[in-house]
Structures are given as C-alpha cells and as structure tokens.
Design a protein around this ligand. Structure first.
Ligand code: AMP
Length: 439
C-alpha cells in the first residue's frame, strides 16, 4: 500500500478548524460574567438588545466596511449559496445593525435609537495569540444623533465595561474629520509620506495609493519614526469637526474618563468620520495590537445603505481579549453554579426513589448534584467531596426499608436520619442554618 493510502486508512480524529475555538464548560463562567456586565450596563443606559443574523449579503460589508479595508479584501468569509446569492459571515456587526435599523423603520422611532449586541464575528485573520477566526464582540450603537454627548456616552460605556471588571484601561482618541476637511489633510499627509516612500514598509508603500490613513496605524518598525512626525488631522479639522471634537473631550473631562489624544487612531474602515477611539490596557499603552476594543462615529453609513442621512456612533469590544486579561490578571469572577447537596444512592430500589427526590429538590430551588450512573457508594462520595457540597444525602438499602434518608454534614461528619417524606423540608432547614452560620 502506498504511503498516502496508509495515512488515509489511519483513523482520523477530527480537529478544530484553524483559528476556531471551543468555549469549554470551565470557561463558561467568564463568558456569563462578561455577558452579564454588558447586559447590565447597556440596559441601564437605555440600550436595547439586537441580534442580527451571522450571514448577510457580501455587498453590505463591501460598501460600508470598505473595499480597501483588510477585513473586506483579505479576511471575509464570503461564498455563493445554492440560490446564487453572494453572502458573507459577518466580520463585524455595525453594518448589520444599521441595515436592521433601516429595514425595520427604526428611523420613525424617537431618535436616537440605542442598540447593543453580543455575538460571534468571523475574519480569516492570521491566527495568533489572542486572534481567532471566529471571535466574539459586544458593541453599542447610537443611531440618529450627531451631538457630541452621544460620542461621550458611548466612550463612557466602553470605559465602564473594563472598569467594572477592575481592568485598568485608557481611551486613545482622535478625530479624522469629515468629507469636507479630510481631503486637504490627506493631500498633506500624502506629500509628507511620499518623501519617505523608499523607507516605508512594503505594506505602507502599497497603502500610499489605496488606504492612506491606515499607514498611520502601521505596526511595522521602519514606519514608526516616519509616522511620529507626520502631519496630524487635528490641525486640519473644519470648524464644525473641531467644535464637535472639543465637545467630546469636554464631556470626557467632566465624566473623568482618562484619555490620551492619539493622532494615529484612524480605525481603518471606510465608514468612520470625526471621533475615532480605542480602549487600551493602561499598562500597555504602546501596544495597539492589544486594543480591547474600538469605535467611532459613522455619520455616512446609513446613506450608503440606501437610507436617509443618519448620524451615528458606536463601539465594539473583543470578548476573548477581555477574558484573557481577566484570567491573566486573576480578576474576580463569580464561581459557576455551586452545588449545595449531593444525593447518593445504593441499589436499584434506592436509585428509583432518588430520581424522584432529585426532581423534588430541584423544584424546591436546591442546588443538588448526583452521579446516578455509578453503582458503588465510594465513587459517589468521592464526587461529593470534589464538588465541596455542604451535605450529602444517602439513600441505602436500610433507608429504603425504613422509609428514611440519611443526611451527612460534610464539615463535621455528623449523620442524621430523617423521615423520607419530609426530606426536602429537612434538607432546606439544614441549608438555611448553614448559610446563617457562614455569614
Ligand atoms: P476592530 O473593530 O477590528 O478594532 O475590533 C474590535 C475588537 O475586537 C478588537 O479590539 C479586539 O478586541 C477584537 N477583535 C478583533 N479581531 C479579532 C480577532 N481576530 N480575534 C479576537 N478578537 C478580535
């Protein structure tokens, strides 16, 4: 048999697709925690939850995120379906949310409409530490208001997410102006960068004609000294953009949100205008690679999708990146479900009765664990130990004959026998007493 056939015959154990990741049971508490914080903060600030499909028309992203953006040119999972439609797995959620806003006539509601989301995105990114091809984002979008107060509220909300988990962060903020003031800046920037054309990285040389602003957020070491002295958009803002930006900063000062003006925050997507910002870890200010999230104003997006001109501002944060920081810094996260009592049984008759008792305990709101598939008492008691329950209830042959239940206090080993018919009440009583003792 030739080598290839042999290899094919070898039993293949399937593996994850590159760049994908399982969220395992032991990690669920982190996800629940982050989701809860996002839900609570968003709802308390007047945002309503929206869930848009994972699949949209490819064109939705091409027209908004941009034909020159990395996301669209290199990273989009796009395909033609059986009906011939050109579709894509969403690489980000803002275009989908604005599509939904337009499609469902949200422009007829009192403005602005504040929406938030929490869900998976897909980008065929280079897999590396902290970068996945399916990753989760939460995000806030305020659609239908141009006032700077909304930029400030979105930034505050983003900042508060990280504050609530005790992760020190800072806002890096910039304004990239609007269609009327950006061209003059871009012309100046281009003239400046052209002077250094041969010294720029290959990628930046390419961007010189395609995606000029992106050169400013290059991570290539040879670009950095050139970028430092590049002209800054802030010096070219028109009066409206300048006033708007000053107001955003004033609101942030008032709210005591720490920020740093950073002329290199350009975000790289076509739809942004005016405010652009990222949230960085406080202790890694120099590393934009580790941005926890980013956002900005996108006043022109709705119009590109065929709607009325509708000013808007938003933020998206990476869930995996936040969770990895929570783990790395050992920040406090609630334990997952903590069992209070373990129900052990011995013998067929006891198991039958235990099944019913288990359901009664669950219905009474008691956090009860079991291991009914194990026949010996020993493995069951070992599991009870492992779970760290306060009590173990044991139904053995003697208890079946006497119609009783044995309750063992796991802390002091004291065992008491109670009437089986009163088991739920007796267990509840003991749990309540033990909570009072703990307090
Ligand atoms: P972006 O809009 O591309 O700046 O993404 C916002 C946030 O999403 C980033 O700051 C990251 O926290 C997260 N993010 C983006 N791409 C990925 C990825 N490929 N894997 C994991 N997280 C990501």
């Amino acid at each position: 048999m030739i080598k290839k056939e042999k290899e094919l015959k070898k039993k293949k154990v399937f593996q994850l697709v590159k760049g994908m990741k399982d969220i395992l049971p032991e990690d669920q508490r982190y996800w629940d925690f982050v989701k809860k914080i996002v839900d609570q903060l968003a709802l308390s600030h007047g945002f309503s939850k929206i869930e848009t499909p994972l699949v949209e028309f490819t064109d939705l992203f091409v027209r908004t995120t941009g034909q020159t953006s990395d996301i669209v040119t290199k990273e989009m999972y796009s395909f033609i379906d059986q009906g011939g439609d050109h579709l894509a797995l969403r690489p980000e959620n803002t275009p989908g949310v604005v599509r939904a806003y337009l499609e469902h006539g949200f422009c007829n509601l009192p403005q602005p409409v504040k929406l938030f989301y929490f869900g998976p995105m897909f980008r065929h990114d280079k897999p590396q530490a902290g970068r996945f091809r399916q990753f989760w984002q939460f995000g806030f979008e305020v659609i239908g208001e141009k006032d700077a107060v909304m930029d400030a509220q979105v930034i505050l909300l983003a900042y508060k997410i990280y504050q609530s988990v005790n992760l020190p962060s800072t806002i890096q903020i910039n304004s990239i102006g609007c269609l009327s003031c950006r061209p003059a800046y871009e012309a100046e920037l281009k003239d400046y960068l052209k002077k250094y054309k041969n010294k720029l990285s290959e990628l930046s040389q390419e961007r010189l004609s395609k995606n000029l602003l992106r050169i400013l957020d290059s991570k290539e070491p040879e670009d950095l000294p050139i970028i430092v002295d590049a002209p800054q958009q802030i010096d070219f803002l028109c009066e409206d953009c300048r006033n708007h930006f000053m107001q955003v900063l004033e609101y942030l000062d008032e709210l005591e949100v720490p920020y740093a003006l950073n002329p290199t925050i350009v975000r790289g997507l076509d739809y942004y205008n005016r405010t652009t910002f990222e949230v960085w870890l406080l202790d890694e200010e120099t590393s934009r690679q580790n941005a926890l999230g980013g956002g900005g104003r996108y006043d022109g997006l709705a119009e590109v999708l065929g709607g009325q001109a509708t000013p808007a501002v938003g933020f998206a944060g990476g869930v995996e990146r936040l969770i990895s920081q929570i783990k790395e810094k050992d920040l406090k996260v609630p334990e997952s479900l903590k069992y209070e009592i373990f129900l052990a049984e011995l013998g067929m008759e006891a198991r039958k009765k235990a099944l019913g008792l288990f359901e009664n305990l669950v219905e009474a709101g008691i956090k009860v664990a079991e291991n009914f598939s194990k026949s010996g008492l020993k493995p069951q008691l070992e599991m009870a130990d492992r779970l760290g329950v306060k009590f173990t209830a044991i139904l053995g042959q003697k208890e079946i004959v006497d119609n009783t239940l044995m309750i063992r206090d796991m802390e002091n080993g004291i065992q008491e026998v109670v009437d089986f018919n009163k088991a739920v009440g007796e267990i509840k009583k003991r749990l309540e007493k033990s909570i009072v003792k703990d307090e």
